[in-house]
Design a protein around this ligand. Structure first.
Ligand code: LLP
Length: 417
């Protein structure tokens, strides 16, 4: 069981802060994402405390959980935003984030997205190729503006994590190759409408070993010297995100303080403001996905299944990355049974757990899929005609519906025949 102070049993019922989860399921239905505001705030504070000795600006990576209430919570605490598309920029602005606290990433920004970001006046765009730099220069010129740009470096550091979420390796699509940098610096000197303000990297996600950050930061600092030698004044060093969380109590994440301990002495002497882009660290353990057990069944080999009303359309991480999410019953059970927990979608990969000890709950009871705050709702889909679930935010005893459940009408509203 995850050691959570936020999601814990009060009596025999699993609660979020002061609210019993069964009450939320009765009121809002299932599947339901339940997010604790207190947990969001605590994670942000812990991150800020760890890096407090370093002049820095944290930009929450909105892709992890783009619900407006989540973005707003961080923004009110002074956090900026890292966005990856026009849609995420729109969300951040809708949540009330000031454009000069937003940084815009993405390996494939469309011209209209670049134009949108420049019109709104974001803090900087992170460019990932020569062609993109040219496009930014042209579009900024058309708007009579000078675009503040960081270049995303591919430091060629292969962080040990799931292969789908390592991004700092030179075989991946991300960033500008180290070898090309001297040419990039010369090229930037010729662009009239672009101002180089930052150097940026992001080496991957859910990285446990601090040494990957050390290796990548060492490269970034060498590149900083090269940029200075070319006459550039760098205002921001962006280290990206990727800081890990505990999904499985048997594999506890490296504490954030250990990353800070390694990074602060390397970055502090530069005197340059450091940007961090934490996503998962701030949100993963703030939410659970509540789901109801529809059926239990056993096959001829004696294998047990819990068929629940949530599936890969709400949380695709087990299917896509073989990731582990703890599963707790909302009503506490002392006994467990080895079973698969599966969803209603027509795919064999539609599971939350396989061959795992699951609380021996009955049909009609509720299960909570833990650590569902990051890359869950945002990666959801309508596959199999599934409706996107409702989301609630809990703050002490207060509960707010922060996303309504989708309706059948909304499923087809953009279609014509
Ligand atoms: N900055 C950039 C440029 C990124 O691409 C990402 C995540 C982040 C920051 C935030 O990374 P975090 O702190 O959350 O690790 N869907 C996958 C994770 C994909 C991460 C994509 N980029 C998962 O469920 O594990």
């Amino acid at each position: 069981m995850l050691d959570s102070k936020i999601f814990q049993y009060t009596g025999t019922t699993l609660s979020c802060d002061n609210v019993h989860l069964d009450r939320l399921a009765d009121t809002f239905g299932t599947p339901l994402f339940v997010t604790s505001r207190k947990s969001l705030v605590e994670s942000y504070m812990a991150f800020e405390r760890a890096f407090e000795a370093l002049p820095h600006f944290s930009c929450y990576s909105v892709k992890a959980n783009f619900n407006l209430s989540v973005i707003k919570t961080f923004s009110e605490l002074g956090c900026g935003c890292d966005v990856n598309s026009g849609g995420e920029l729109y969300r951040a602005l809708q949540a009330g984030v000031s454009p000069d606290r937003i940084i815009f990433a993405g390996v494939g920004k469309k011209p209209e997205e670049i134009a949108y970001a420049l019109e709104r006046g974001v803090l900087m765009l992170k460019a990932e190729s020569f062609s993109e730099l040219k496009a930014i220069d042209r579009i900024a010129g058309g708007q009579g503006k000078k675009a503040s740009v960081a270049i995303r470096i591919n430091p060629n550091v292969t962080a040990e994590t799931h292969p789908y979420i390592t991004t700092g390796d030179s075989k991946e699509k991300f960033g500008i190759d180290e070898a090309e940098l001297p040419e990039v610096f010369d090229f930037l000197g010729n662009l009239q409408n672009v101002k180089l303000v930052g150097l940026d990297m992001h080496i991957g996600s859910q990285i446990f070993d601090t040494e990957y950050y050390v290796a990548a930061t060492t490269k970034l600092l060498t590149i900083l010297n090269a940029a200075k030698a070319h006459g550039f004044t760098i205002e921001f060093l962006d280290i990206g995100g990727g800081f890990p969380v505990t999904y499985d109590p048997l594999k506890p994440a490296t504490p954030i303080e250990q990353f800070a301990e390694k990074l602060i002495p390397m970055l502090l002497p530069t005197g340059i403001k450091v940007i961090f882009e934490p996503g998962r660290y701030l949100v993963a353990n703030a939410s659970v996905l509540l789901t109801r057990i529809l059926y239990r069944k056993r096959n001829h080999t004696g294998k047990e299944f819990f068929v629940v009303d949530a599936g890969m359309t709400e949380l695709i991480r087990p299917a896509l990355y073989q990731s582990h999410h703890e599963i707790q019953s909302v009503t506490r059970h002392e006994s467990t049974i080895i079973a698969d927990v599966v969803g209603p979608v027509c795919e064999s990969s539609d599971f939350f757990a396989r061959h795992r000890a699951i609380p021996d709950a009955e049909e009609g009871e509720l299960l909570a899929v833990m650590s569902s705050g990051a890359y869950a709702a945002v990666m959801g889909s309508n596959y199999n005609g599934r409706l996107r679930p409702a989301e609630v935010l809990v703050d002490g005893s207060e509960v707010t519906l922060v996303r309504k459940r989708e309706t059948y009408e909304q499923l087809v509203q953009n279609e014509r025949f």
